[in-house]
Design a protein around this ligand. Structure first.
Ligand SMILES: NC(=O)c1ccc[n+]([C@@H]2O[C@H](COP(=O)([O-])OP(=O)(O)OC[C@H]3O[C@@H](n4cnc5c(N)ncnc54)[C@H](OP(=O)(O)O)[C@@H]3O)[C@@H](O)[C@H]2O)c1
Length: 233
């Protein structure tokens, strides 16, 4: 891999390029999104992200998982792609759901790593499962994220892993502090969802913190949220 920004480097290792999150907050965990999309903006091929990925793309996802304290994922992605226990000891994985349709008999939950993030009104059997509740109709994601350190003490970096519907809700709440985006060198067509689905009136601006390319023409970018007070171009 070669890094073009911030310091040009002919060779950069994945660990160097993704050594940690791009920042932190005093009052809540820092939230980073990690996703892959095609040149034409689709996040899926044949209903899954695997067809867009590569060894370096999955290496980055795994590296950022090692850096993260908590993983947050939408119930749709968890149902479609399957989430097992994390390889990082003590890490927690939160599944966001409105319906409560979560298989809590899975290994993710029997390992003690899984937890559920849902609304205050969802009918969900909490026996044996850690649950964060916030918001009546939709999960109030800002409030839920502030509660995560109570469940997972010391959490400073949460990695969000999609999918596009959860991303839309996170973008609506302006919760993305950084975006770790892999651009897969393909046009795939179809009507697959973009990175962020159904977000309304979002105008958050980001600055490019890092740009890395590899010999398969994948482009790996890291974007940091531009503080609201700063003028945007
Ligand atoms: N390219 C990539 O990097 C990438 C990454 C991840 C996923 N994907 C792909 O994306 C697809 C899945 O995406 P998706 O958008 O359909 O699903 P998703 O965002 O993973 O999950 C949607 C579900 O999450 C819950 N949810 C989301 N926002 C919520 C809110 N504010 N309050 C309460 N619950 C909320 C709901 O769960 P309930 O239905 O349980 O109520 C909702 O149906 C899959 O094909 C997957 O392969 C691609």
């Amino acid at each position: 891999m070669q890094r073009l920004l911030p310091t040009p480097a002919l060779d950069v290792s994945l660990d160097e390029a993704y050594a940690g999150p791009l920042g932190s907050h005093d009052d809540r965990p820092w939230v980073g999104l990690s996703m892959v999309a095609s040149i034409d903006g689709s996040t899926v091929v044949d209903g899954a992200s695997a067809g867009l990925s590569s060894d370096n793309d999955s290496g980055i996802l795994l590296r950022l998982r090692q850096v993260a304290d908590v993983i947050l994922v939408g119930a749709g992605t968890a149902r479609d792609e399957g989430y097992g226990p994390p390889s990082k000891p003590g890490q927690r994985i939160g599944l966001v759901t409105r319906s409560g349709s979560i298989d809590t008999s899975s290994e993710l939950f029997s390992s003690g790593s899984g937890f559920v993030v849902t609304t205050t009104t969802a009918a969900f059997d909490e026996r044996g499962v850690d649950v964060i509740r916030a918001g009546a109709d939709d999960v109030d994601l800002a409030a839920a994220i502030r509660q995560i350190p109570e469940l997972a003490p010391g959490t400073s970096f949460i990695q969000a892993e999609g999918g596009p519907s959860l991303n839309g809700a996170l973008a609506n709440a302006d919760l993305f502090d950084e975006l770790n985006l892999s651009t897969s060198p393909a046009i795939v067509g179809g009507d697959g969802p973009r990175l962020v689905n159904r977000a309304q009136n979002v105008s958050a601006r980001y600055e490019l913190a890092q740009l890395v390319i590899d010999d398969q023409s994948f482009v790996f970018s890291r974007w940091r949220r531009r503080p609201a007070a700063e003028p945007s171009p």
